[in-house]
Design a protein around this ligand. Sequence first.
Ligand code: 8YV
Length: 326
Amino acid sequence: MKPDVLVAVTVFPEILDKLARHFEVTANQDDVPWTPAELTQQLQGMQGAFTTGTVRIDARLLAACPQLKICANMAVGYNNFDLDAMTAAGVLATNTPDVLTETTADFGFALLMATARRITESEHFLRAGQWGRWRYDLFAGAEVHGSTLGILGMGRIGQGIAKRGAHGFGMKVIYHNRSRLDPATEAACGARWVSKAELLKTCDHLVLVLPYSADSHHCIGAAELAQMKPTATLVNIARGGIVDDVALAAALRAGTIAAAGLDVFEGEPTVHPDLLACHNVVLTPHIASATLTTRRAMAHLAADNLIGFLVHGQPLTPLNPQVLAV
Ligand code: 8YV
């Protein structure tokens, strides 16, 4: 008998075909937003779940779904998983590292450029018919090449952004991370480790690429923004909640920093009205990994984790491999 698998979000049809070769598949191709109770209901009898960052897996759900063996996230971030609860319940968690690194780093850089050079703000001005004449300071932004790029969090995506900045744009790259990179990797990234305080006060552009956790919650708030240069830009492609959005909007209004580029938000898809009211912020709907090639690769990796584990006993990218040893 084929194991039962729930695909909790809409995916490429080819992924459903692939999964159907191994599993009895229940899909959510209409993208119905399930409440936790509805998700629990849908998961009854399922051994596997295909999830993304919007699907919360916690202790209460796990207790109600004792037959569940694996949740395969189509995302590298996994703060939607209570990993400790999953491990305690013997449920394997997997994510999709590596396949999105370069695409997400490209987007981080695109957001930095758009923010520093005021691209969307000037487009809105033009579309609104406000462009009357050339002016020497019309939408004058911040220099990117040769400036100082700060990176908070220095995993694979952070390193990709560092390389783009150092080698493509001749930027001085500084970073802060709990653990320092080894000297060879630092050299390859053209990056130098500094304290968080030095990072905040020195950089011209700060990109956030750290995972969300209780430790990183609001790690950029009013106090941190106040340490930055008034000409600085802030880019968040990591997770909502890492930045205090209300404090950021206040800083953007007050000119504490010059501009921000945000792909992620606290409480998304709702965006705080204070941010929507700011002209000096570029806002995108959590699309840093969104090229069809990369999203396809992520979806295949998540599906391959389900097949690898439920059919062959061997997942590709487990987050809690201790579950396999039991
Ligand atoms: C995903 C992401 O598209 O991989 C991640 O962690 O943030 C994005 O690439 C998103 O999480 C899907 O929910």
